[in-house]
Design a protein around this ligand. Structure first.
Ligand code: ACO
Length: 431
């Protein structure tokens, strides 16, 4: 960050002034460096971190007004079209795209880390069969910290790389096992001969009783979905991973914390809500009724899959997702899928509607992803689990970046206290 200018704070009460440096990154808004305020007995107040940069980062850049998303400078559309999730995971972690040898070595290392310690099976068996896969994933990922604790020195860069490879390798296995456990099927072990996404589909859908062939079109579609979800700068789950990791906590525990945050319906759960809404709409003829409900201030209903805290333009991931949806439905001969038809028409009508135009409400990444997952045979309960699998790439990269920073400090937000002032305990108050 370069120090470009200063802002001056003037206290109306006594005319005192304070100057604060303004720092400029390579892209995006300038930030006011408020660190010196504490020396003057002042704190900043920003619940929800709407105007707070919690860190510097070289990984992901979003321009919500322009609808841009870059990983390490590369536009998401280009990565989705030409790259693969493994290449993107390497890019996020290491900062540059790998050459052929680096890519091969990275993929092999991830594959070799796909097996779980056999004792983990007993952790799964402690859950009821109908437990939500995300509850199981959070617990099992956290439990891995018991298996890889002494060996993980988080302040050593090579150890962090190893932990990243372990996490990238093991999370798909945990996700697929959570699903298998949920439906009562036997666990399917990872296959080193398969690529990352093929391996995940194999662990999800193959059974010991028959052959399973991975459909390459579906594998490529899932690979794209993983690329689109791999990172999104300092969102709630990523900030959770950073804050948890800032104390030097075990990486498996940090990623489990990120998963717990992601599971919240305001974060990772919107694509399930989109499917429910499309099912409720039921027919294109009912779209105007739902548009009117979304615009009615006395009605709490919102168009699910529309709007975003950061994007005030088309979410660049949504356009790729719409195209992917076409490809998947075409491959599966589902072009007449009624939900997809309703989604396309809903998007068309909403994008022409004054209310949605004025409020800059565009489809977000979740608008089409549920339809794609559903067509691929992935149950709704696994949507967030797959999001977690993809976001593991971003989480480990952000965690590694934070701990690589020489000036790294434990995360410790402050507060404005608004509770009771000092008062005395009365020992015999109940007598
Ligand atoms: N349908 C109808 N109106 C909406 C919608 C929507 N989907 N989203 C926002 N608005 C309206 C609000 O009513 C509000 O109107 P007002 O100014 O008249 O009060 C205005 O647009 C701004 O809305 P906020 O809630 O203040 O915007 P915020 O940035 O806080 O919220 C959010 C963003 C939560 C995503 C919101 O747009 C929403 O609820 N969308 C539907 C749920 C959804 O799709 N979530 C997935 C997000 S993507 C992700 O997490 C990967």
């Amino acid at each position: 960050m370069t120090n470009t200018s200063r802002v001056k704070l003037v206290f109306e009460s006594d005319g005192r002034t304070l100057e604060l440096p303004v720092m400029q990154g390579t892209l995006g808004p300038a930030v006011v460096d408020v660190r010196s305020l504490v020396q003057h007995g002042l704190l900043t107040y920003d619940p929800g971190f709407m105007a707070t940069a919690s860190c510097t980062s070289c990984i992901t850049y979003i321009d919500g007004d322009a609808g841009l998303l870059y990983y390490r400078g590369y536009p998401i559309e280009q990565l989705a079209q030409h790259s693969s999730f493994m290449e993107v995971a390497y890019l996020l972690l290491e900062g540059e795209l790998p050459d052929a040898a680096q890519k091969l070595a990275f993929e092999q290392s991830v594959r070799q880390n796909a097996m779980l310690h056999d004792q983990i099976n007993t952790v799964f068996r402690g859950f009821q069969r109908n437990a939500h896969p995300m509850a199981v994933m959070v617990a099992v990922t956290g439990a891995l910290s018991a298996f890889y604790h002494e060996s993980t020195n988080v302040f050593d860069a090579e150890n962090r790389r190893l932990a990243a490879l372990q996490l990238l390798g093991k999370i798909p296995t945990i996700a697929a096992m959570s699903y298998k456990y949920n439906v009562g099927d036997p666990f399917v072990y990872p296959q080193n001969r398969l690529h990352y996404v093929e391996n995940f589909l194999h662990m999800m859908f193959s059974t010991p009783s028959g052959p399973y062939e991975v459909n390459p079109v579906l594998a490529r579609a899932l690979d794209k979905i993983l690329i689109l979800h791999a990172d999104h700068e300092q969102n709630a789950s990523t900030s959770t991973v950073r804050l948890t990791g800032s104390s030097g906590a075990n990486p498996f525990a940090c990623i489990a914390a990120g998963m717990a945050s992601l599971w919240g319906p305001l974060h990772g759960g919107a694509n399930e809500a989109v499917l429910k809404m499309l099912a409720e709409i039921g027919d294109v003829s009912r779209i105007p009724e739902f548009i009117n409900r979304a615009k009615d201030k006395s009605n709490a209903f919102r168009l699910m899959g529309f709007g975003h805290r950061v994007y005030k333009n088309m979410d660049p991931r949504a356009a790729v997702m719409r195209q992917t949806c076409h490809e998947v439905l075409n491959e599966l001969d589902l072009n007449d899928d009624p939900m997809f038809k309703i989604a396309l028409e809903l998007e068309r009508i909403a994008l022409q509607d004054e209310y949605f135009i004025a409020k800059k409400l565009y489809p977000n990444v979740d608008f089409y992803s549920g339809i794609v997952f559903r067509a691929m045979g992935i149950p709704e309960s696994m949507f967030t689990a797959i999001f977690a699998l993809a976001r593991t790439a971003g989480w480990v990269a952000q965690w590694h970046e934070m701990l690589s920073d020489g000036g790294h400090r434990i995360g410790r937000p402050r507060q404005q206290y608004v509770g009771p002032t000092r008062r005395d305990y009365v020992p015999d108050r109940n007598h």
